[in-house]
Design a protein around this ligand. Sequence first.
Ligand SMILES: NC(=O)c1ccc[n+]([C@@H]2O[C@H](COP(=O)([O-])OP(=O)(O)OC[C@H]3O[C@@H](n4cnc5c(N)ncnc54)[C@H](OP(=O)(O)O)[C@@H]3O)[C@@H](O)[C@H]2O)c1
Length: 257
Amino acid sequence: MTTALITGATSGIGAAFARRLAHDGHNLVLVARDEKRLHRQATELHDLHGIEASVLSADLATEEGIATVEERLGDRKHPVDLLVNNAGFGNKGEYLDVPMDDELAMLKVHCEAVLRLTTAAVRGMRERRRGGVVNVASVAAFVPRGTYGASKAWVVQFTQGAARDLADSGVRLMALCPGFVRTEFHQRAGMGTDNIPGWMWLDADKLVDAAMKDLARGRSLSIPDPRYKALMGAAKLAPRGMLGGLTSRTGRKFGPK
Ligand SMILES: NC(=O)c1ccc[n+]([C@@H]2O[C@H](COP(=O)([O-])OP(=O)(O)OC[C@H]3O[C@@H](n4cnc5c(N)ncnc54)[C@H](OP(=O)(O)O)[C@@H]3O)[C@@H](O)[C@H]2O)c1
């Protein structure tokens, strides 16, 4: 049986990965801060699918939290075959209104944790000549979107570069770029969602199904859903100045996360 480790597993996209991977028969290591919620989820997935689910309570905005998960990923006796770096959050407001500590915490969770956990996982995977890493970015990586978009752009560039370095090693790396997904994300950040058209919302379980297909195909970038593929194609052609104007008016509060 293989083992998958998912960060931010308790809610939204991470919980959808946990459901899907448990259904497929993988043992799980579930990572987030809320320990009670982690244990409840582990019990549910074990009872439903008969898999082993262990929990690791860690705050990935801290050195200690990152080191705890790094250590688990480096445990050669209990190898992790699939890592999903999914934990993340948004900060409400325009760049200068967000407290610096919140921006730095975002960079720690979205960039430093992703770099260190990917590295810890991939070393063993390369030796075993098999394994996968899914790093959850966002379509916000492709438009000028303050620290959030910049951190997700880093996730895409880092992941695609590492995928190229590790081509032919048996290890697959993929950046996953969702559009709007119905999760706890916007509510946690205190962001309004009333003006986001219904057609723009994606379902987390369908998103994960599409991502797993793309990973199996060996893609290093996954933009699930044809509507977002088309939107991102159009964004590539639009002048950057125009996109910047659009996203600074609507995107900071309501644009794709
Ligand atoms: N929802 C969207 O529209 C959307 C779109 C594109 C990309 N994304 C990305 O998708 C990922 C998942 O977001 P989501 O929408 O599923 O949000 P969500 O429902 O709010 O879930 C976030 C998860 O991350 C965990 N988490 C947050 N901060 C953490 C920290 N410091 N340390 C450890 N775990 C932490 C949370 O658990 P605890 O609170 O218990 O720690 C929770 O399990 C994020 O990277 C986000 O940027 C979301």
